[in-house]
Design a protein around this ligand. Sequence first.
Ligand code: ADP
Ligand code: MG
Length: 291
Amino acid sequence: SVPAAILSALAAAARGGVLFKGGAALEALADVKSFSFDKTGTLTTGTAEVTDIDATIGQDRMLSLLAGLEAQSEHPIAAAIRRRAAADGLTPAEVRGVVTHPSEGITGVDEDGAVWAGNQRMLERMGATATTPGALRLKNSAQTVTWIGRGNRLLGGVTVADRPRTGSAAGLSQLRAAGVHHLALMTGDRRAVALRIGRELGFSEAEIHSDLLPEDKVRLVGDLAEKGRTAFVGDGVNDAAALARADVGIAMGVAGSEVALQAADVALLAEDMTRLAAARKLAQRTKRIIR
Ligand code: ADP
Ligand code: MG
């Protein structure tokens, strides 16, 4: 049977917005030596905003096509794009056969044929280039760029501003102060954005990993396993494999995708890293009691 101390710790953690799937996850958290964090939607807010737009077709047409592609996506970028299209009074275009490409973007088919949206990796895979003055302005912004195109023809792009969540910087420094020596930022986003947000949150350059595919996150968590027990905190479809790989997978409880929550051992309902640091302390106290 589960010791009473663990049951009461699980209840206390739940009151603090941290839901453990069981006592074993709570005990494992006490011994974690490295914490790795996804960026977009995890350390940063899921309510980002479109900050700049460049279109080679009419801006409204481009935005409604982009909103149509992103209509069903759980990615925070998609939500920002849908909100902007709605604010501009646009109806999302009809896009069928939508396929999500984790850490890259999305593809589909509208009345004129195949269309895609995504990052630089997706753009390059489609053989498109972003060299117009407008495209260069987006590229030089140090914000997350989403390109849209048809085959190798670029239709435009938007930037989305990514801001740290309340509690991210404080939670990370609480973990460091409590003696966690191995912290890492692991993102599918590009280097410039990763560095800007990462430094703002107190990560050293060596701790910041960018341009990652889902399997890269798995590999990096595996590397950290040499230091001892691992934890990974994420929100997206692209984080599911890393959440499963880590000894303790922690998913964002509200903005997090369904697959991320299923792969995780812990749901961070509070979506605040200071609560995670508090839950780790509680887990350590509880372990001392039951030993
Ligand atoms: P993170 O690892 O920081 O959460 P993701 O791996 O989810 O970031 O995404 C990495 C990059 O892939 C994003 O910055 C974005 O450029 C691109 N991307 C992923 N999904 C989408 C999507 N649905 N629409 C547009 N771009 C996307
Ligand atoms: Mg994410």
